[in-house]
Each structure stands twice: as C-alpha cells, then as structure tokens.
Design a protein around this ligand. Sequence first.
Ligand SMILES: [Zn+2]
Length: 77
Amino acid sequence: MPYPFHWFPADGRRHATLDQRPRGGFPATREVTALCGRELTADDSAEGWFWPTCRGCAPETRRIAAAHTAQPPLLFG
Ligand SMILES: [Zn+2]
C-alpha cells in the first residue's frame, strides 16, 4: 500500500504533500501545500528531482510512514 504523501519539487527543494496528486504529477504553477507548512508552486523540471530534500518535510514523512505501517493489516483483522 503506498504512503499517503507525495514528493514534489518546488523552490529548490523536494517537498512532500498530502494533497491529491494528478496522474503524471503536479503540473508546474500548481499551488501545493507542503508538509513543512509552506504553500509552494510545483516545478515540473527534470532537475527538480535532484534537489535536496526539504528539512521540514522529511521528518513529517517519517512520522506519517511510521504511523502508516503501524496500522494492523485490514485483511487479517
Ligand atoms: Zn517542505
């Protein structure tokens, strides 16, 4: 099961968001709410994926991932 957040490049960093992501990724100029609390305009350039990870978003994704995997499997509940 995929994690409920998505990574996206914006403003020179790779941020994560819980916003609904369109198929194919966020288009450039889309306003996205990042987990670090900032409203950012998505960047769809290829080099954006090589930008450093946002220091505000990274710990939030770890917290969400930990909570996500801690849930008991629904099929065997
Ligand atoms: Zn961020």
